[in-house]
Design a protein around this ligand. Structure first.
Ligand code: CTP
Ligand code: MG
Length: 256
């Protein structure tokens, strides 16, 4: 792989509404310690020497606002592009990926909703792809025991079984990919969705909630590297409380 191919580009899906966080601005634009979540996430990526370009998939009606926001938070000197995202996370990633120049060989995908990912995780994921993996996910062991259930609205829900916790991992982002692999699985997923739609058979397959899941679905090989507890996703209000606390601790440590 040549030198250009070894520098990664990052896609940041940021077009979600943040419904589980409650009423307010789109989640990526919500405040964390005076700075929007998206700005934290983009900064975490630009801090990595492995990343040369960041493409943000913004809410479709918020592209200009996101461009202005990134500029006003000191990111104007970085190579950052903003495109309109889609109706699903998968579509937002696909649209972001399409904006990456052809010569870029490694692509990371990082949720705007994971603002506090340490740069070491970004570096480790990019390094694992550079070292030859086609798909890499950072992950952490689970604290809770997990049960599979037969979903029943309002419960009680019959338990089917209890997977061995030692074999389970909670996966985070950034996930890293060979660019050709990621583009191929996204194209296949789109073709599959269109075929399902025209056959009137939507929803036959379980939804894939991350990019590595698409690689698995089409027979590719995904490996896990250590993630970090601070790379958690801001999903519900309590996650924002935790994120504020982590950020305050970091700022206090930096002040020493
Ligand atoms: N995302 C996106 N485009 C969508 C939906 C989600 O780019 N159509 C992004 C979100 O902005 C977020 C990431 O995908 O950075 C992970 O999704 P999630 O945590 O589910 O965020 P939201 O979809 O915004 O939240 P919710 O599901 O609670 O509405
Ligand atoms: Mg969502």
């Amino acid at each position: 792989m040549n030198a250009t191919g070894a520098i990664a580009a990052a896609v940041v899906p940021a077009a979600g509404r943040g419904e589980r966080l409650g009423p307010g601005a789109p989640k990526a634009l919500r405040d964390l310690g005076g700075v929007p979540l998206l700005v934290h996430a983009v900064r975490a990526l630009t801090r990595s020497r492995a990343v040369g370009l960041v493409v943000v998939a913004a809410p479709a009606d918020g592209v200009a606002e996101v461009v202005a926001l990134l500029d006003s938070h000191g990111l104007e000197g970085k190579d950052i592009r903003v495109v309109a995202g889609g109706d699903t996370r998968q579509e937002s990633v696909r649209l972001g990926l399409a904006a990456i120049p052809a010569e870029v060989g490694i692509v990371l995908v990082h949720d705007a909703a994971r603002p506090l990912v340490p740069v070491e995780v970004v570096d480790a994921v990019a390094a694992a792809v550079r070292a030859g993996a086609e798909a890499v996910v950072p992950a952490v062991p689970l604290a809770d025991t997990v049960k599979r259930v037969e979903p029943v609205r309002g419960g009680p829900e019959p338990v089917l079984d209890t997977p061995d916790r030692a074999t389970l991992r909670a996966v985070q982002t950034p996930q890293g990919f060979r660019r050709d692999t990621l583009a191929e699985v996204h194209a296949k997923a789109l073709a599959e969705a269109l075929a399902e739609e025209s056959a009137g058979a939507g929803g036959a397959l379980p939804p894939v909630t991350d990019d590595a899941g698409l690689v698995e679905r089409f027979g590719g090989r995904v490996v896990v590297v250590p993630g970090h507890e601070e790379a958690f996703k801001v999903t519900r209000p309590l996650d924002l409380v935790l994120a504020e606390a982590v950020l305050a601790r970091r700022r206090a440590a930096d002040a020493y």
